[in-house]
Design a protein around this ligand. Structure first.
Ligand code: CP3
Length: 342
């Protein structure tokens, strides 16, 4: 199917664009009252993720309401550990929770490398529903967590400030850690390929906890696996978003990905110098700018566009939009990018 708006894909490939494309990480979710309505109608986050028609509906909401240039499939990175054998729960006001974790060799018996169509068919079905309903209006972004971030949740069993148990395991059980990371990597490759076969036009890898490892550890247990995934996914442009991993930009520059997501710590000029001209940069407004007054927000958005643009830039925040941000501010951000002339 021909896309009516393929700005995102052209920017990712480094082709000429009339203007910078824009979308937001976590755009599908609690910032929209229309999301909360659907969310309250059914028995929770997980039920929503596992019901393709509803997942497709909330995926499309930001396209209709905010005017973004891409839809990101409504799901979660934690569906992968579940498909591998560790079911998750999403506890209200607390976040993810796993009843079982991976702490020793004996725990490996819980894990498998699943067939994504069999175990994660609700995600591929949600992509097919979304593509059909969008009818080519904008591209659909698929995603997965990076192996290191998924490993962190598998070991800890919940979110923590430091992920110290997971980091400890890299020192005490390096062999076991690599075995688990290897299984996650294989699963992720098959899962992303299934998303692409279902219609995902681009895919993003979220390494949300990259920034808590020392550079050497990240090279060994983090970027090494991202490199492997990037090498395997050639069908569509890949984005690597390794939050906090400013120290790994040289490694990321070597990955076979078209786009690199940047958090708000990174300065555009420095990132461009490290990553070269063959990659598109995505980001990176501080998500807290969306609490500022309109004038400050517009100025900061203009600054961002000026410093990154005009070529090889996809406008976004430096991390996911915070759930209590006013949707009107998000709309102003999107409209400011769309109206900007370089
Ligand atoms: O709009 C989108 O970006 C698509 C949907 C999406 C969700 N999670 C929906 C979600 C995406 C891309 C994710 C990725 C994700 N999930 C990451 C990586 C990105 C990042 O933010 O660093 C991580 C670390 C997770 C794990 C996760 N899921 C946590 C820690 C939480 C609880 C904290 C929170 O934000 O509430 C979730 C829940 C979650 N995932 C929600 C949504 C909309 C909120 C659940 C609800 O509606 O009650």
């Amino acid at each position: 199917m021909m896309l009516q708006n393929d700005l995102l894909l052209r920017a990712a490939r480094g082709e000429a664009v009339e203007r910078t494309p824009v979308w937001l990480m976590r755009q599908a979710g609690r910032i929209l009252k229309e999301y909360r309505e659907i969310r309250n109608r059914i028995s929770g986050f997980k039920a929503l993720v596992e019901t393709p028609e509803l997942a497709a509906e909330v995926t499309i909401q930001p396209v209709d309401i905010l005017g973004v240039d891409a839809a990101i499939i409504f799901s979660d990175i934690l569906v992968v550990p579940e498909a591998m054998g560790l079911p998750y729960r999403m506890i209200e006001k607390k976040g993810p929770w796993f009843d079982e974790t991976i702490r020793s060799k004996a725990d490996l018996k819980r894990l498998c490398v699943p067939d994504p169509e069999a175990e994660l068919g609700y995600v591929t079905e949600a992509i097919r529903c979304t593509k059909k309903a969008l009818n080519g209006r904008v591209p659909v972004i698929g995603f997965a967590g990076a192996p290191w971030t998924i490993f962190s949740y598998m070991v800890e069993g919940q979110g923590t400030k430091t992920f110290a148990t997971a980091r400890k395991m890299l020192y005490t059980e390096p062999g076991l850690s690599h075995q688990v990371l290897d299984m996650i990597t294989e699963t992720t490759i098959a899962y992303l390929k299934a998303q692409i076969a279902a219609g995902a036009d681009m895919v993003q890898l979220f390494d949300s906890w990259a920034g808590i490892l020392p550079a050497e550890q990240y090279r060994n247990f983090g970027s090494r696996y991202l490199k492997r995934i990037c090498a395997e996914i050639q069908e569509v442009p890949v984005t690597v978003f390794a939050k906090g991993a400013w120290f790994a930009l040289d490694d990321i520059a070597e990955m076979d990905c078209r786009t690199v997501g940047l958090d708000w710590h990174l300065q555009p000029e420095m990132a461009r110098k490290k990553l070269g001209n063959d990659k598109t940069l995505q980001g990176n407004l501080d998500p807290c700018m969306l609490y500022a007054d309109d004038e400050a927000l517009v100025n900061a958005t203009h600054q961002m566009l000026k410093r990154f643009g005009p070529r090889r830039h996809i406008a976004n925040l430096g991390h996911g939009v915070y759930p209590d941000v006013d949707a009107a501010k998000v709309k102003l951000f999107v409209e400011t990018v769309k109206a900007y002339k370089q």
